[in-house]
Design a protein around this ligand. Structure first.
Ligand code: HEM
Length: 175
């Protein structure tokens, strides 16, 4: 399956909007996460967990899934292929892992937000909830590595990529 030039540009633009949007949404999430790590004030904690749950569930989740799917589409639809170049294969694995961790983490965030939304939750209970800083900062760093790698597109074919290149060269020689 090869994308026509116009289709490729459209898919790439969508891929960029979703994947870089994912980075931006984490940046919007981080200040609330920092608040949960540093504040003891119940009303502040309630507001922060509510905002985190909203941003993670309604913004970050669809962006992550969209970035992964459009990444796969733009790879399969171009000569890059999904597993021909190390940078694409590594992007695929890292993004898939980041998305899986995110989907699991969102369940925790939603559980925290449910406690924070409960008027009966005591200050002690609210202060006992964790921050998710380790995941959000770690996730941000992983995305930045993928971002830089995808812009640079370092050389390097996988064994499958070498085989495909050799086969294409042989086909050309036989013509
Ligand atoms: C959050 C994760 C990702 C980020 C931040 C990201 C970022 C980017 C950026 C900035 C570009 C544009 C590079 C340029 O043209 O100069 C790009 C292109 C590309 N990305 Fe991603 N990407 C992500 C995930 C993925 C995944 C999972 C795949 C593959 C499965 C992938 C495959 C590609 C391919 C093949 C291109 C080149 C498309 C073309 O030249 O037509 N990306 N990506």
């Amino acid at each position: 399956m090869r994308l026509a030039p116009g289709q490729r540009r459209a898919v790439l633009a969508t891929h960029l909007a979703l994947s870089v949007g994912w980075v931006g949404a984490i940046l919007a999430y981080l200040p609330f996460d920092l608040v949960t790590a540093t504040s003891d004030e119940p009303a502040t904690l309630r507001a922060a967990y509510a905002a985190m749950s909203l941003i993670a569930g309604a913004v970050i989740r669809p962006l992550a899934i969209g970035a992964l799917l459009t990444g796969i589409l733009v790879s399969l639809g171009t000569t890059w292929g999904l597993v021909r170049h190390w940078w694409v294969a590594i992007s695929l694995v890292m993004t898939a892992l980041a998305t899986i961790v995110l989907l699991i983490e969102i369940q925790t965030i939603e559980a925290y937000a449910a406690v924070a939304a409960d008027p009966a939750a005591t200050a002690d209970r609210l202060q006992g909830l964790d921050s998710t800083l380790l995941h959000s900062v770690g996730g941000l760093l992983v995305l930045l590595v993928i971002l830089v790698m995808n812009v640079h597109k370092p050389r390097g074919l996988t064994p499958y990529g070498w085989r495909m290149q050799r086969r294409a060269a042989e086909t050309l020689r036989q013509r």
